[in-house]
Design a protein around this ligand. Structure first.
Ligand code: FEO
Length: 400
């Protein structure tokens, strides 16, 4: 049975939630599920903004039928061809063979790749183009690499509604209300929104900055993303977060300590550093990188100003989970942080130098304090070195 909500009088939310999915994109745990959002504008023409993932397609078609209320579908706007939003396009065309598809040139190419025989319906639109729906118009905004190269956003100036594609979305299914101002967003969604941003589009900070500049020229009253709640209040908070995140600036002054430990000695060293940081009043978090999913580690690394990486040496290299974490940081253009290093080794400690090499290849990374080497287990002199390292991190943080 259909389940729809009005965003405005003539814009209707048609999306659905998947709470059984384990890994979004087969990569990111989503214990609280995810929503796939789609919206219908009912004007003189009916305009659908994106479809949904196949997981919620049956509900979507019931929602669409209810929202159309006997009318046909005139226009489909495709902002993004990733299948979590376009999987149902072909079924939609079978149902509405005359529907006109508004899409960027790249989307049109991708559409052919995914669904042969859909080309005849496509009207290519580009940045600055406007399409009339009757009383309202739909203006198109190019948003390449937020998150794929073909991505567009669209804007209804008469209502101040921005359809933002993946931008401003979050992991986490919707529960009842579809509006951010009707949930405890900062308590219940912000961590997932940050994790979503850095893992999905975090690599493309420059492109996100470009879109924010374009958005700054619009009178936006409502943001309708493709995942998570719709925004109609406190847009400044969300836009400010995106501005900070996309500039690669830390969101919080504080330290995150990450460790990879086999028998607990490197964990012990990391705990000592974290404890000493806390004693000095530094907000600190600590993560076992072999236990916490790398998507969380990535998000937390981008969140804090100071990072401490502690790894045992393994196969003459960095321990596997830490190596994987650092590779993921590198893949997401991680940069502009202050960091410290602790290594462990029982006969040939070298994880520290290898981690320093990785960070030296990232942009604007500065090492703080002297690298600490643990030989198998922490002794009094090593403990003193760890405390000195914590002092250096705390002093550096307070000097920023
Ligand atoms: Fe939600 Fe890039 O797709």
């Amino acid at each position: 049975m259909y389940n729809i909500t009005n965003v405005t009088e003539d814009i209707i939310y048609l999306g659905g939630n998947d709470r059984r999915i384990a890994l979004f994109e087969s990569a990111f745990p989503v214990p609280r599920g995810v929503s796939y959002n789609s919206y219908l504008l009912r004007d003189e023409k009916t305009v659908l903004f994106d479809t949904v993932d196949s997981a919620v397609s049956d509900l979507f078609f019931e929602n669409l039928e209810a929202a159309l209320d006997g009318r046909t579908l005139d226009i489909l706007v495709i902002h993004h061809m990733e299948p979590d939003h376009s999987a149902t396009v072909f079924r939609l065309i079978e149902k509405f063979p005359e529907v006109r598809i508004a899409a960027s040139q790249k989307t049109a190419q991708m559409l052919q790749n995914y669904f042969p025989l859909t080309g005849k319906n496509v009207q290519i639109v580009k940045e600055g183009d406007t399409m009339s729906a009757g009383k309202r118009s739909v203006c198109f905004i190019a948003a390449p690499m937020v998150h794929w190269p073909e991505v567009m956003m669209s804007y209804i100036p008469e209502e101040g509604v921005l359809f933002s594609a993946d931008a401003f979305g979050t992991f986490g299914a919707l529960g009842g209300s579809i509006f951010a101002d009707e949930v405890f967003f900062e308590r219940d969604y912000l961590d997932d929104a940050r994790r979503y941003y850095f893992n999905i589009v975090g690599k493309y900070g420059i492109q996100v900055q470009n879109v924010l500049k374009k958005a700054g020229k619009l009178d936006i009253k409502i943001i309708c993303p493709l995942h998570g709640p719709v925004w109609r209040k406190d847009l400044g908070m969300l836009l400010a977060k995106y501005d900070t995140w996309s500039k690669y600036e830390p969101e919080e002054r504080g330290a995150a300590v990450f460790y990879a430990s086999v028998y607990g000695h490197t964990a012990n060293a990391a705990e000592i550093v974290a404890t000493e940081l806390a004693k000095k009043g530094v907000p600190v978090k600590i993560y076992d990188v072999s236990h916490t999913h790398v998507s969380v580690l990535l998000s937390e690394a981008f969140r804090y100003s100071h990072l401490v990486f502690c790894s045992t040496t393994y196969n003459n290299g960095i321990f596997i989970s830490m190596e994987n974490f650092i590779a993921d940081l590198k893949a997401h253009f991680f940069q502009s942080r202050r960091y410290a290093v602790v290594e462990n080794g029982s006969w040939s400690p070298q994880a520290g130098a290898l981690m320093e090499k990785e960070f030296s290849e990232m942009k604007n990374m500065h090492e703080v304090g002297a690298k600490v080497t643990v030989l198998s287990s922490v002794k009094e002199e090593t403990r003193a070195a760890l405390i000195a390292l914590a002092d250096a991190v705390a002093d550096d943080l307070n000097a920023q």
